[in-house]
Design a protein. Structure first.
Length: 103
């Protein structure tokens, strides 16, 4: 299982700004190891963000995204103390869900 996703969510006027750092190797399937063998592709395919149970972001990723991807976005609404949840699924079926409280 991957390390926890780092999430910061802050109210900024009438919107909430969310910054996410996902811990993942994000292999493209094109690199080779020291023995010359191709390293299999391993990357996050989908990312979903919810605010109090309502989806506010849905994204699809591919192998061209860098290691430990960073994602920032805003959505309307949100208040201090609300919950923001980030979930991702990679191409091997590994899943991760983490939650943060809006500050």
């Amino acid at each position: 299982m991957a390390e926890p996703t780092k999430i910061r969510a802050n109210v900024a006027g009438d919107s909430t700004e969310v910054k996410v750092l996902m811990n993942h190797e994000m292999e493209t399937g094109q690199r080779k190891d020291a023995q010359g063998k191709t390293i299999p592709a391993w990357f996050i395919q989908t990312v979903t963000a919810t605010h109090n149970g309502k989806t506010v972001l849905s994204a699809q990723c591919g192998p061209a995204v860098s290691k430990n991807p960073f994602l920032a976005f805003k959505f309307k609404g949100g208040a201090k103390g609300d919950k923001v949840q980030i979930s991702w699924v990679d191409n091997k079926g590994d899943k991760r869900t983490d939650e943060a409280t809006v500050a």
